[in-house]
Design a protein around this ligand. Structure first.
Ligand code: NDP
Length: 464
């Protein structure tokens, strides 16, 4: 019989923690999982899922416009924010229930409490002030929006967390940041008819994505009526007597807005977690330091997901959970595989991407070929929408492997999942070319770009 109350104690009921608890319990391990708030974590409760529901809501404004060219007439259109909120809340509650039930079915014990580490094998449950023991502990406490404490007036600003619970849809919003959350929310608000300004300190939004997509999306957002201000930032936010806000920019401009939203990255939830009591080291930004097997500096304590400041994506946390269970309970040390992660930005138009950007490929390979198509999708012929789709493949000239695939256009996120399989499998450009096109689709361009648009040798552009 084990000397501990549990074989595994999981702190945090998000995507990673839940998956680890379920898998370990299914192996017959005695597992407890503590969650202080709601099961589902960032993704289900205040991230990916409600965000995507908002994205759908915001897409209807363009869909109505596009429908005219196809013969439809509509009467009055009116958007009801409170109905969207109520329906979204109901769906989140349903999903939360499923998460809960799925854990319960495996026999893992659910503890509705904040849990803090008291020692290398001890955990205190704050709801009951009881200390329990575990052979292994998994920290899966996730993260939360970076508060930007240095910004005067930051207390007036919302983050994505509050954006999911606004009582009223604002008439205007200023969003600070140029990453996933800033760009996605800017598009959501714009689609819902909110006057939207995005302020980003860098040269171009979405650092790390392929440059053509970054420029293309920037242009598309401005074309729809968003104000995108790069190379600028906020220096203070002031509340006016009427309750609205002034966002003061470094450039000297002052932007009036009903809401100012900060989307400047996320930080790990490690405060007051007791990591120091067990010798679990944190990095300079408070993330849990782990080795390639997700093991912390205490050898029986592991950490997965956003709390480790690795790749902050739900599927990555789930993958890390599976690898952790293999390592800790199946005598099969397994490193998470971070190579070639497909990802999407649910902007409008969407970005779907996998593999290397042109700029990164040019640095890593002697010679690359770029295949690029920019075109007006068929649907836009009758809708009259002046928006183009971009498809780009990056190919290693020597091996002919497709090492990057990037799409800016409708449903690009869906396509990136499929491209992720192909690129991960090491498919070559010739295999793309030998694939029959599906006509008429936007994605057929992926297999009909026979000649490179240009090549790069040692980073220098040469003729195709
Ligand atoms: P990101 O790291 O993507 O972006 C943060 C942005 O804030 C960057 O543009 C950054 O600028 C800027 N920034 C950081 N600090 C400051 C500052 N002090 N002043 C002004 N600007 C600043 O973080 P997000 O918050 O957008 O999202 C967090 C993570 O969540 C993402 O990295 C992603 O992994 C995940 N996510 C994934 C989604 C998806 O898969 N669709 C959707 C939403 C989130 P700079 O570029 O100059 O550093």
């Amino acid at each position: 019989m084990s000397a501990y109350d549990y074989d595994l104690f999981v702190i945090g009921g998000g995507s990673g923690g839940v998956r680890a608890a379920r898998r370990a319990a299914m192996l017959g391990k005695k597992v407890a999982i503590a969650e202080e708030y709601r099961f589902g974590g960032t993704c289900v409760i205040r991230g990916c899922v409600p965000k995507k529901l908002f994205v759908y809501a915001s897409q209807f404004s363009e869909a109505w416009e596009d429908a005219r060219g196809f013969g439809w007439n509509f009467g009055e259109r009116r958007f009801d924010w409170s109905r969207l909120m109520a329906n979204k809340d109901r769906e989140i509650e349903r999903l939360e229930g499923i998460y809960h039930a799925n854990v319960q079915k495996t026999g893992a014990q659910i503890l509705a409490s904040r849990a803090v580490i008291e020692g290398q094998h001890e955990i205190r449950l704050l709801a009951t002030d009881k200390v329990v023991t575990a052979d292994k502990i998994l920290i899966a406490t996730g993260g939360r929006p970076n508060p930007f404490a240095d910004l005067p007036g930051a207390e007036h600003c919302i983050t994505s967390e509050e954006a999911f619970h606004l009582e009223r849809l604002p008439g205007s919003v200023v969003i600070l940041g140029g990453g996933y959350i800033a760009v996605e929310f800017a598009n959501i608000f714009l689609g819902l008819g909110v006057q939207t300004t995005l302020v980003y300190r860098g040269q171009e939004i979405l650092q790390g994505f392929d440059d053509d997509l970054r420029h293309g999306l920037h242009q598309a957002m401005e074309h729809k009526g968003m104000s995108v201000r790069c190379r600028d930032t906020l220096i203070k936010v002031v509340q006016k007597p009427d309750g609205r806000f002034e966002a003061h920019c470094e450039s000297g401009d002052i932007l009036d807005a009903d809401e100012v939203m900060l989307a400047i990255g996320r930080k790990a939830n490690t405060e007051n977690l007791g990591c120091e009591k067990a010798g679990v080291e944190l990095d300079a930004r408070g993330g849990v330091v782990v080795d390639e097997y997700s093991r912390t500096t205490a050898d029986n304590i592991f950490a997965i997901g956003d709390v480790t400041h690795r790749v902050q994506l739900t599927p990555v946390a789930i993958h890390e959970a599976m690898c952790f269970v293999e390592t800790a309970f199946r005598d099969n040390p397994t490193r998470p595989d971070y190579d070639t992660i497909a990802t999407a930005v649910f902007s409008q138009p969407e970005i779907g991407t996998v593999g290397l950007t042109e700029a990164n490929a040019a640095k890593s390979f002697d010679e690359i070929e770029i295949y690029k198509a920019t075109f007006k999708p068929l649907k836009n012929s009758l809708s009259g929408r002046d928006e183009r789709t971009m498809i780009k493949l990056v190919v290693d000239a020597a091996s002919r492997k497709v090492i990057g695939a990037h799409i800016l256009g409708p449903d690009a996120g869906e396509l990136s999942q499929v491209l992720g399989i192909a690129v991960k499998a090491g498919v070559t450009k010739d295999q793309f070319d030998s694939t029959m096109a599906v006509h008429p689709t936007m994605a057929e361009e992926l297999v009909t770009m026979y000649e490179p648009s240009y090549r790069l040798r040692n980073g220098e552009r040469i003729a195709a």
